[in-house]
Design a protein. Structure first.
Length: 609
């Protein structure tokens, strides 16, 4: 399939330029574009020169405390310019950056910090207290010595110097750090640059947390090409604000997961133009034919849709370019064709290749694969394999299933194991089951994903309690929220007498009862709506959360609500009652009764705060 990119001037990223370091490539952009905007957020706007100087000062602070040498350095920041500065500083100091999300559960942050063996945390004033509770050695980016030089450290960094460790969930629930070096990152960015024609006049969104693999492509795709990076805190702002932001900031390249895309387009009025947007890049989950139709309805002809398959172990693996004339056969769009220096194999259970049209496990063969999992050689050896011919290309078995069309176009068919995708995050249900069992009140636990591609998966927990009465939904949810990120907390909890088992004694997930749309047992009894506003809200909540009925005292989060469904509810409430509400209102007033009381005080056409 051939699709032409919109006309856009850019400088080709040459193959020999990956045999350098990331700071070297960045500093050459600084020399070319010192006064061009590098990073812009709601609170900060840094030119390439200003960003470079800030990163240099922080790099020298790191070197003063730790000296030269390759070692992990943890970064603890919210989404924003300071996190980008810290990433560059760590790399300039020759360190391996390990990003930490301060909104993650404390136990999760501590586990990653312990596994990485980082001897230093770099943070800011906002997160300084948490950083100090985690480790003794902390650098506060907001309180650097004013005498530190802002000149380039100019360390000699070979391309095989380690660049970062990004943590994902392991099969045992323990953190699993994926390691890449400078050469690999430059290889990712070379393909991204040349495939999409990324140039200095581009404006690249950053919707992902800097702790996930998708951020690498966005951050360095912009800063290693002289473009502008535009971080947007999707968790705080919500998809409803995204439309106006894309237009205000004249974003040209925007990457998101399909779930966020669906919430985003559902809030569009149909009058939005997005004239600057030239590439909409979707990855992380299967892309539906219906998604492509929504793209055609809401985006200009000059905007291309890219459906990509990616992994933390290699970044982008396959890409499928879609324009307004591309026909999608079937209900799911293919993930397309190979990127340079990457070969896809489809294997059966014995490791033998399967032919076109047959389903097999997707394996990736490349010389730019991850170096493996940090301090986990056994786990690395289970999925990374050397070239049998003695070459430098290794093979990584992904546990994803795929099918190859006769023309070499790949179809992605989902996971072969118990990993599932929830709102774009790849997780393993075993980690949630272990967290439930660790509570001490649970005898057995099984977690399964329920849903479809259109609505998105949701997690359902089935529990056999060793207490009578069993723990309530609110108790379970609060306990898990202290240990797991919000996307790993199940949407529904069901108490059962026993779990079905297979012939060999394992829990038979396929035999678990469907959760359906029943209202799960709550701490509070069901109370029907009493007023017209409560009735309208109850109808919106039930339809959005997939429940038969919702009581006015039911807690939004205990019903399985999260930030994306909150955005949908607020959007529908706005359309019905003509009242604008920020996202935090629903978090502060998470029952229909409280929200209705709040709305009664707000005249139509006003903004609730």
């Amino acid at each position: 399939m051939s699709v032409s990119l919109p006309t856009h001037s850019f400088s080709e990223f040459k193959k020999d330029e990956i045999e350098r370091s990331i700071p070297d490539r960045f500093e050459r952009q600084v020399a070319k574009y010192p006064h061009r905007l590098a990073v812009k957020t709601g609170n900060h706007a840094l030119t390439y020169d200003a960003l470079n100087r800030a990163a240099n000062r922080l790099a020298r602070a790191v070197l003063e405390q730790r000296g030269e040498g390759e070692e992990p350095v943890a970064l603890l920041f919210d989404q924003g310019a300071a996190a980008i500065t810290a990433i560059l500083a760590a790399l300039k100091a020759g360190k391996i950056y390990v990003p930490l999300d301060p909104t993650s559960p404390r136990a999760k942050i501590s586990s990653v910090l312990q596994d990485s063996q980082a001897g230093l945390v770099v943070s800011d004033g906002k997160n300084l207290r948490l950083a100090g509770e985690l480790i003794e050695n902390v650098i506060n980016i907001d309180r650097l010595d004013s005498n530190l030089s802002d000149g380039n450290p100019s360390l000699s960094l070979p391309p095989d110097t380690l660049a970062y460790i990004l943590y994902t969930s392991g099969s045992t629930g323990e953190p699993k750090g994926v390691v890449h070096n400078h050469r690999n990152v430059l290889h990712f960015i070379r393909n991204y640059t040349n495939d999409l024609g990324v140039g200095a006049d581009d404006r690249q969104s950053l919707l992902f947390s800097y702790t996930v693999a998708g951020s690498v492509k966005n951050i360095f795709g912009a800063l290693l090409n002289g473009a502008t990076l535009l971080p947007f805190n999707l968790k705080e702002e919500g998809p409803a604000r995204l439309s106006a932001w894309l237009t205000e900031e004249a974003v040209t390249l925007c990457q998101m997961v399909p779930t966020v895309f669906r919430h985003f387009v559902s809030d569009l009025a149909g009058t939005e133009m997005f004239p600057a947007l030239r590439v909409l890049y979707l990855t992380g989950e299967p892309l539906l034919k219906r998604d492509v139709e929504m793209y055609r309805a809401h985006f200009p002809a000059s905007c291309l849709l890219v459906n990509a398959l990616a992994s933390t172990e290699l970044n982008t693996v396959r890409q499928y370019f879609i324009d307004k004339g591309t026909e999608i056969s079937g209900s799911v769009a293919p993930v397309g064709y190979a990127v340079e220096d990457t070969e896809i194999l489809l294997l059966d259970e014995t490791g033998a290749a399967v032919g076109p049209g047959l389903v097999g496990e997707i394996a990736i063969k490349s010389r730019y694969l991850s170096l493996g999992y940090w301090r986990k050689p056994d786990l690395t050896g289970e999925v990374f394999f050397p070239d049998p011919d003695g070459g430098d290309r290794r093979t990584y078995r992904t546990s994803d299933l795929g099918r190859m069309r006769p023309d070499g176009c790949l179809e992605y068919l989902g996971r072969k194991d118990f990993q599932v995708k929830i709102r774009g995050h790849r997780i393993e249900v075993g980690e949630i089951e272990e967290a439930l069992l660790a509570l001490g009140t649970i005898k057995q636990a099984a977690v399964a994903a329920e849903g479809d591609l259109a609505a998105g998966n949701r997690l359902i927990a089935y529990i056999v309690s060793n207490e009578n009465p069993p723990p309530t939904v609110s108790t379970l949810r609060r306990a898990l929220a202290e240990k797991l990120p919000d996307y790993m907390v199940p949407s529904a909890f069901f108490i059962v007498e026993s779990l079905p088992v297979s012939a060999i004694g394992k829990v038979d997930v396929q035999a678990l009862p469907a959760a359906g749309n029943a209202r799960p047992a709550e701490e509070t009894p069901f109370v029907a709506p009493r007023t017209s506003i409560e009735a309208a809200l109850a109808k919106i909540w039930a339809e959005t959360l997939g429940k038969e009925r919702v009581g006015i005292h039911d807690n939004f989060f205990d019903l399985g609500g999260h930030s994306l469904s909150a955005t949908q509810i607020l959007s529908r409430t706005r359309d019905l009652l003509d009242v604008e509400m920020p996202l935090n209102v629903l978090f502060e007033k998470p029952t229909i009764a409280k929200l209705a009381e709040h709305l009664k005080l707000m005249p139509p056409g006003t903004e609730a705060r």
